[in-house]
Design a protein around this ligand. Structure first.
Ligand code: CA
Length: 542
């Protein structure tokens, strides 16, 4: 534990960003001094007695995490050590704090090279995400929601207001939780940092960061004013998680990140944009991301470091639903400040001198992996607008395989090209897969689940297609929570043109799974030139 803790401290101090600001560098807190986050092995919704006389601040349903306030005088280290001795405890971690991944830049430019680069800022023509071509295919959909976990958004900004998320089940200002989701008057998002229904910007050093990132995702396009987001039409759900730590530096507590992830998970949001990081490993945050059933787009960090050897969280959690983003400049070079990593960083996107919306109805330029991240989140929104049934892995594959490969030190090797990614959706994949349940998808622990899988070769030639069936557990599986279980394959199938015979397969569900939890079986086929996935979602009933 001690070693782990040391690494955690080193990581967080190496992860401070905000270079060039007066508050950076010496006084930023690594974690809340009198709080911890605890996960118990028993998945119960009742308050669990703890062995350190801590009081419960909050219980996070989705991730089954208790947010505890420590008794006066007890250190976080002592509390964690004591909690770990309790056999009921799965883990106990600090409530650590994450900081923004922006680099301030006060020079005003008027052209958005990242979307469409003609060399207007002295960069290289074509060093952009090909948004102008992409918009010939789709400019987005109001049916797609992107949660922006940031410092809040200027709700009435003329370039954002029309794309602000509206909770269809909530009546504004009546003091009633109309949709029964546990949040009163959550009409346009939530402020988790001050527990209010107003996700407007946090002031001070939190500045206009969240208004800027929101504008890159989805400032209203083609409205004759200001800037355009990657997705012209979209619903932006601003979730403010940032507060002024000790009145100065802008930070986000893990507990507020957990709460925000829990909120958008509950509201079935499929994409989130996360322009912060540099904090230490936090099991509770990792679990919440995993349980979110959404694409978690996150900044790689601004330390200029290799995340493969110096992890930066949350970017570096090894979760399949994370897409971590490095920054490029107007010449398609990796930005000097950008973190990278051929294993742990996925994709690059424009992040130097990015023009977007600012507070007080302004427009501002900012740099950072904070700015590259919402480009990718906005692009994911375009993919979902094109095909609302895409799985998380289908979105991720299309984004990563659509890059312009520039031999950048990221897993995909390239800078995002959303036009290429959208083109995958304009024709059938070389091989498609269909999953069909046999019998009800309401199941009980100990049942054997039967399902059918069938492949279709959509080309005129025989294709070798690597294929498998897997499932990722979230909660309810006890010690298997968070596991990726491969149920069949991987196997390379030689498929002649046309529809293959149906295979019926079965899997014995463990008997101890919790009632009410749900999970999906995914059939996936990756013949090399395409990717297709289909899923069946099951619910555990009494
Ligand atoms: Ca509500």
């Amino acid at each position: 534990m001690k070693t782990k803790f040391l690494i955690f401290l080193l990581t967080i101090f190496s992860g401070l960003i905000f270079t060039g600001t007066a508050s950076a560098g010496n006084s930023q807190l690594a974690y809340a001094p009198d709080e911890v986050l605890v996960k118990y092995k028993e998945t119960t919704t009742a308050a669990v007695a703890n062995n350190i006389n801590a009081t419960t601040i909050k219980y996070f349903k989705q991730s089954k995490i208790y947010h505890l306030k420590l008794p006066k005088g007890m250190s976080v280290e002592a509390a964690i050590s004591l909690l770990q001795q309790d056999p009921k405890v799965a883990y106990a971690v600090p409530n650590n704090i994450y900081y923004l991944n922006q680099l301030p830049n006060d020079t005003f430019f008027t052209q958005m090279w990242g979307l469409n680069n003609t060399g207007q800022t002295g960069g290289t023509s074509g060093a952009d995400i090909s948004a102008a071509l992409a918009w010939d295919i789709t400019t987005g959909s109001s049916g797609v929601v992107v949660a922006v976990l940031d410092t809040g958004m200027e709700l009435n900004h003329a370039d954002l207001a029309a794309n602000l998320w509206v909770n269809p089940g909530e009546i504004a200002g009546n003091g009633i939780d109309d949709d029964g989701n546990g949040f009163i008057d959550d009409v346009n998002g939530w402020n988790f940092a001050n527990n209010s229904n107003d996700p407007s910007p946090t002031g001070g050093s939190c500045g206009g960061h969240g208004t800027h990132t929101a504008g890159t995702v989805g400032a209203v396009g083609n409205n004759g004013i200001g800037v355009s987001g990657v997705s012209w039409t979209v619903q932006i759900m601003p979730l403010n998680i940032f507060t002024l730590i000790n009145g100065t530096s802008c930070g986000a507590f893990s507990s507020d990140i957990l709460a925000a992830i829990g909120y958008y998970t509950m509201m079935n949001v499929r994409i989130s944009s996360n322009s912060y990081g540099g904090g230490g490993y936090n099991q509770a945050v990792s679990d919440a991301i995993m349980a979110s059933n959404s694409l978690f787009v996150v900044a790689a960090g601004n330390d200029g470091l290799d995340n493969d050897t110096t992890p930066s969280y949350p970017s570096s959690y090894p979760l399949i639903n994370i897409l971590s983003v490095a920054a490029t400049d107007a010449n398609d070079l990796l930005a000097s400040f950008s973190n990278f990593g051929t294993l742990s960083t996925d994709i690059a996107a424009p992040g130097v001198s990015i023009l977007s919306t600012g507070v007080n109805s302004t427009y501002t330029i900012k740099s950072g992996t904070s700015m590259s991240t919402p480009h990718v989140a906005g692009a994911a929104a375009l993919l979902l607008a094109q095909d609302p049934n895409l799985t998380i892995q289908e979105m991720k594959w299309r984004l990563m395989n659509g890059v312009d490969n520039l031999a950048l030190p990221v897993a995909s090797g390239g800078r995002m090209n959303i036009f290429t990614s959208l083109q995958y959706g304009q024709s059938l994949p070389d091989v498609s897969v269909t999953m069909t349940p046999v019998g009800s998808t309401d199941i009980r622990g100990g049942d054997i689940i039967y399902y059918q899988i069938q492949f279709t070769n959509n080309t005129a030639n025989t294709i070798n297609a690597a294929s498998m069936v897997y499932l990722q557990t979230v909660t309810g599986f006890g010690s298997l929570d968070g596991a990726t279980l491969i149920l069949a394959g991987p196997i390379t199938l030689s498929l002649p043109p046309g529809i293959s015979p149906v295979s019926t397969l079965g899997w014995a569900l463990p008997s101890g799974v919790a009632i009410g939890s749900s999970f999906s079986l995914y059939g996936v086929t990756t013949p090399g030139s395409s990717f297709d996935e289909d899923k069946i979602t099951y619910t555990i009933v009494p």
